[in-house]
Design a protein around this ligand. Structure first.
Ligand code: ATP
Ligand code: LTN
Length: 333
């Protein structure tokens, strides 16, 4: 009998184009897990509605992100790959789980505090509720593992709390999921402020490198990267966050471990480090850019692939929801 594979779910919101932080922190693990696990991956467009995004931008970003993820190695033949809003059960379970999340728990989420401080003019209820919808995404598929970067760990903890609460108030229904973090690169830092996370919503575009950035822009951003005053190239995230960040990015793109990275830069200066890291990133991103262009040239094909994915995801989602409605006492024919 074939052993039942563990299930993996993750999603990325199409709020903007993805950075090498997203790539190193989440996408690489998502790609790597496809061979061993039963994976479902989504473009989380409902989550993007929590920011003020124009319809044309959401449409464009959704297709663009889907193409980037596929070009980066998410394979719709191996994994179920879809757009979140095409599977209506996400919103339905989101509502149900609202009633299993406490106001005080959601209020403690640091992402909510950060994002509401950054955009005080639009602190909508969706922004507050964001982690509950994320819990719905995960629990809907009886997920075992969730590959994410470090900033999502607190949300994962809330998903676990919600699952446990539902299971104990009703009866065992949901799997209690676990976060999977990469060995290194859990928090890739901004190139212009290495104390902060690299983030695509940073107001300073020199802080992040986008997967689709042009080679000359990548080279320029690394050249300007903030380092520190001495000239030692060692991995010491607390004392030398800028240099350690460059080494982390290098390790990820050159495909070598940290010891090997540090060895390669022994006796070299910062200028050499910056150009070598930039070259590795440019080379590593080249096939993704090329794959992306090809996929975007056939938008109908892309839409069809996503529709097939949504159909497969719906099959699992429907079964979970019929269990949930029954357990809750919502009457069904
Ligand atoms: P925003 O800047 O709009 O908050 P973001 O760049 O943080 O967005 P998300 O869509 O929130 O990106 O994140 C997608 C995935 O990438 C998540 O799993 C997240 O943990 C991971 N991630 C985001 N930024 C980083 C980073 N700097 N280092 C490592 N992982 C990251
Ligand atoms: N909130 C996540 C995106 C996301 C997600 C998920 C990640 C939405 N639903 C479910 C893992 C599992 C983010 O990275 N900003």
């Amino acid at each position: 009998m074939e052993e039942c594979k563990k299930r993996v779910f993750s999603a990325i919101q199409p709020t903007g184009s993805i950075t090498i932080g997203n790539y190193i922190g989440a996408v690489r693990n998502m790609v790597a897990m496809q061979d061993e696990y039963d994976c479902l991956y989504a473009v989380a467009d409902l989550h993007s509605l929590t920011v003020d995004i124009a319809p044309a931008a959401l449409r464009k970003n959704t297709l663009e992100l889907a193409a980037i993820l596929m070009a980066a190695g998410i394979d719709p033949e191996k994994s179920v790959f879809f757009v979140q809003s095409q599977v209506h059960e996400h919103a339905e379970l989101g509502w149900v789980l609202n009633c299993y999340a406490q106001f005080g728990e959601a209020r403690r989420m640091t992402q909510f505090k950060d994002k509401s401080a950054k955009a005080p003019e639009n602190v909508n209820v969706g922004l507050f509720d964001y982690p509950v919808l994320m819990a719905a995404d995960i629990l809907l598929y009886m997920t075992d593992y969730v590959p994410v970067g470090k900033d999502q760990v607190q949300h994962l903890e809330l998903s676990r709390t919600i699952a446990e609460r539902f299971n104990s108030r009703n009866s065992p229904t949901f799997k209690v999921p676990e976060a999977i973090l990469p060995k290194f690169g859990q928090k890739v830092r901004s190139l212009s402020d290495p104390t902060a996370k690299m983030s695509k919503s940073d107001s300073d575009p020199n802080g992040y490198v986008l997967v689709l950035d042009r080679p000359e822009d990548i080279a320029r951003k690394f050249k300007r990267a903030v380092t520190d005053s001495d000239s030692k190239i060692i991995y010491a995230p607390d004392e030398k966050p800028g240099i350690s960040n460059l080494l982390t990015i290098y390790s990820a793109f050159a495909g070598v471990d940290m010891d090997e990275s540090v060895k390669r830069f022994e006796g070299r200066d910062y200028a050499y480090l910056k150009t070598t890291v930039a070259d590795a990133v440019i080379e590593g991103l080249r096939p993704i850019r090329e794959g992306y262009e090809k996929l975007m040239a056939d938008k109908d094909g892309l839409l069809k692939t996503l529709a097939v994915g949504a159909e497969k995801a719906s099959y699992i989602a429907r079964r979970t929801m019929s269990k949930v409605w029954r357990k809750l006492g919502c009457v069904r024919p």
